[in-house]
Design a protein around this ligand. Structure first.
Ligand code: GLN
Ligand code: ZN
Length: 757
């Protein structure tokens, strides 16, 4: 049995590409020097894969910024505003990726969107009526040749035609169907060219096939490939899917002239079922995605062998594959020097997954797989009792009953009690939590982490910042204050660090977009709260003012969505454990006199399943209760806020209302307040603070423009349900724009208020 991977991380083991690119952006190195670093990374990865014994080594999985953007350039789907700048090829590419502001012009970047259900983001190609799709680039050929020159005949990988057309945004009157001919011609040309260069296999990535597909979608997919595959010549073509199963199009997929079909047996919950029901076409190769490309745990060889044993009943030619590109895991454990071996031995990053594929190959080619050394070692590892078990937490989670998820009294009754308690003016003003994390804050945290200053010095500094922040907010005239979040680096890592059961890596960076990487913490054991986390800061802040100060927490779903989750227990169980811990914090805040508590669920939408039919069963049915449990124990008079970063929740609006918070603030300024109509139509019960200005931009909104926004909001939402706030935390902004912006916000609210009375 041969082995394959779908793609490898391209950022470099130590994020070399990130650092080189950023230097290039700052003008510190030349394009040639950047290209040199890129090439070093590619050749290093190539060598690593070759040495691991991998049979199908990908090329073309490298990118300076993003693979979808590369495909747009390859196919000439590049808006004129970028090519018109007259920049070099590389700089035109970066202009589309990051925007350009300079002597040649001023253009914004292409839009960026989440890549399916991952935390990676791709650049959205823009296609208008003038776009002429044709083969316009040569990157796949150059990268194939580069690898060939270095002794490896690779399997070129390219985003497939269907997925590309589905991901593009159509600016004119034409739609995807109008581009079928040209797109098919371009892809045919790619196949022909790769064939000439000697490629044996070409992989087309078609993750869009795992989404819900209409008859029209299926038609688009088949019409593209009926044409493209006519030109494949001697090249064998692999249709590679991932992030789910292909239940809507399996028969069509099998009916086309593909030579290989790549299916995901990790996230594709129906993949096995589909094969059992429909079989697998004779003469084609099944690329079986068995090694998880998204998580960092070691593969359980016994489970993998069982799946492969079953697949062998249906497919005579199987290639062992990862479930998706390894782009979504960190590069290598080799640089995790601080993490204890007792943890590390359970981890497999990208490089270690290569070893797993090689070991599985040995096991599978043995007559007695269970007797192999590799298998035995793996079984021993997986049967070791995992440290970090907390029986009390498990019992507590298991004992929860329906009533634990219900806050009493009901919303309307609470609202009445709370209005009386707080006596806030109409359109109360507040912020989302963080205030600018200025250089002094970052420097002090660093000094503290490096042991250069004492705990008491650090804490005194945080108190000073809180006290300044409270005075500032009083001076600005906000109604509901915050402590400013100066003690936290990050809204998830901070809580992770304070919870038992979490562990942290040193170098487990995963690309999030372009040069940005994230380092998700790892849920290792059962989660519990060893001691209060934020209480002292909130209490201190509240002691400085008569106005209410919001306690500020991150919710269980967001904490889990931005971590590497466990695989030995369900996400639901992990979310509940985190909810138990955060609930304790909520109750402690309340007991220390905090009257308003905000539980942020910034990333609630992030892991919403790709298929609508899975939304409730696989996600919302545990995610919403986990949030509800966090706040269901507070007193009626305690006001519970939540915050979400996107207002893209029209389609789950009932579920958002069902979180049963008293107030929700969210980002609405960039989406043109369209969400307000949806709120109105649905009789949204929760009070709302649609962000009235965009904190992602340094622009200072004027009082009048903010008044205008509030006025537009109050046309749709009853005035007594409206809050006035920016659209997200202010930590990435400076004081220079924050202070005047907030003053304008407060004055705008006051004026609208007066005009209303
Ligand atoms: N309370 C957090 C802050 O203000 C929320 C951040 C977020 O939504 N991403 O920074
Ligand atoms: Zn936000």
């Amino acid at each position: 049995m041969n082995t394959s991977i779908i793609g490898y991380p391209r950022i470099g083991d130590l994020r070399e590409l990130k650092f080189a690119s950023e230097k290039y952006f700052r003008g510190e190195i030349t394009a040639d020097e950047l290209e040199k670093t890129a090439k070093q990374i590619r050749l290093y990865n190539l060598e690593l894969q070759k040495n691991s014994g991998l049979d199908y080594i990908p090329s073309g999985d490298f990118s300076f910024y993003d693979g979808v953007l590369d495909t747009a350039f390859l196919l000439n789907a590049v808006p004129k505003r970028y090519t018109d700048l007259g920049l070099s090829k590389l700089d035109t590419y970066f202009a589309a990726a990051r925007g350009y502001q300079g002597e040649k012009g001023d253009v914004k970047a292409l839009a960026m969107k989440k890549w399916y259900n991952t935390n990676y983001h791709y650049m959205v190609p823009e296609i208008d009526d003038e776009t002429e799709i044709h083969l316009a680039g040569s990157a796949p050929f150059e990268l194939f040749t580069e690898a060939l020159d270095n002794g490896v005949k690779t399997k070129p990988v390219i985003i497939g035609a269907y997925t590309f057309l589905k991901l593009a945004r159509y600016k004119g009157t034409k739609t995807a169907a109008d581009f079928v001919e040209d797109t098919a011609t371009a892809y045919s040309a790619i196949l022909e060219k790769l064939g000439e260069l000697g490629a044996e296999w070409v992989q087309f990535d078609e993750p869009s096939l795992v989404k819900d597909m209409t008859a029209e979608d299926i038609g688009l997919f088949t019409s593209l490939y009926e044409k493209i595959l006519l030109h494949k010549g001697n090249v064998r073509v692999l249709a590679q899917t991932y992030f789910g199963d292909v239940r809507d199009c399996y028969e069509q997929l099998c009916g086309l002239d593909f030579d290989g079909i790549g299916l995901d047996f990790v996230e594709g919950k129906k993949s096995l079922e589909i094969i059992r029901e429909h079989g697998f076409p004779k003469g084609k190769t099944l690329f079986a995605g068995i090694v998880n490309g998204k998580n960092i745990w070691r593969n359980n060889y016994d489970s993998s062998v069982k799946i492969l044993d079953e697949l062998e009943k249906y497919a005579s030619d199987i290639v062992l594959n990862t479930s998706c590109s390894l782009l979504h895991v960190p590069c290598t454990l080799a640089n995790e020097t601080k993490l204890a071996e007792s943890y590390k031995k359970h981890f497999a990053y990208a490089a270690e997954k290569l070893t797993e594929l090689a070991e599985l190959k040995v096991i599978l080619s043995s007559d007695a797989p269970a007797e192999t050394e590799e298998y035995r070692r793996n079984q021993a590892l997986h049967s070791e009792p995992r440290s970090g078990e907390n029986k009390a937490v498990r019992e507590k989670a298991a004992a929860l009953t329906d009533s634990d998820f219900v806050r009493l009294p009901a919303f309307e009754e609470r609202e009445r009690i709370q209005k009386k308690r707080f006596d806030l003016p109409l359109f109360p003003t507040t912020t989302i939590g963080s205030f600018p994390q200025t250089a002094d804050v970052k420097a002090k945290r660093k000094a503290f982490r490096n042991g250069e200053i004492s705990v008491s010095d650090y804490e005194a500094f945080i108190e000073k910042k809180i006290s300044e922040c409270i005075s500032l907010q009083e001076e600005i005239g906000l109604d509901v204050l915050v402590h400013g979040e100066f003690e936290r680096n990050d809204m998830v890592e901070y809580f992770g660090e304070c919870l038992d059961g979490y562990i942290f890596t040193e170098k487990a960076w995963v690309q999030s977009y372009g040069t940005r990487c994230v380092k998700p913490p790892v849920v290792w054991g059962d989660i519990s709260r060893a001691k209060p986390i934020t209480v002292r800061w909130s209490k201190y802040a509240q002691s400085l003012t008569d106005k209410p100060v919001k306690g500020m927490l991150t919710g269980p779903v967001t904490i889990l969505n931005w971590s590497f989750p466990r695989e030995d227990i369900s996400l639901k169980e992990s979310a509940l454990q985190i909810a138990l811990a955060i609930r304790e914090e909520v109750l402690d805040l309340e007991a220390s006199g905090i009257s308003i508590i905000q539980v942020d669920e910034a990333a609630l939408r992030e892991k919403l399943p790709l298929r609508r039919s899975d939304w409730h069963e696989d996600y919302l049915d545990w995610a919403i209760p986990a949030f509800r449990y966090v706040h269901s124990g507070v007193k009626p008079e305690t006001l519970v806020h939540t915050h979400m970063c996107y207002s893209e929740f029209a389609d789950i609006i009932k579920d958002i209302d069902n979180m049963d918070a008293d107030v929700i603030t969210f980002e609405a300024s960039r989406s043109d307040l369209t969400i307000l109509d949806v709120l109105k139509e649905n009789n949204f019960r929760t009070e709302v603070g649609p962000g009235i200005y965009d904190i992602h931009s340094p622009r200072i909104p004027s009082k009048d423009e903010l008044k205008d926004v509030i006025n537009r909001m109050k046309e749709r939402i009853p005035a007594e349900k409206l809050w006035v706030n920016p659209d997200c935390g202010l930590k990435t902004r400076g004081n220079a724009e924050t202070v005047p912006s907030l003053k304008n916000l407060v004055n705008a609210a006051r004026e609208v208020r007066n005009e209303n009375c």
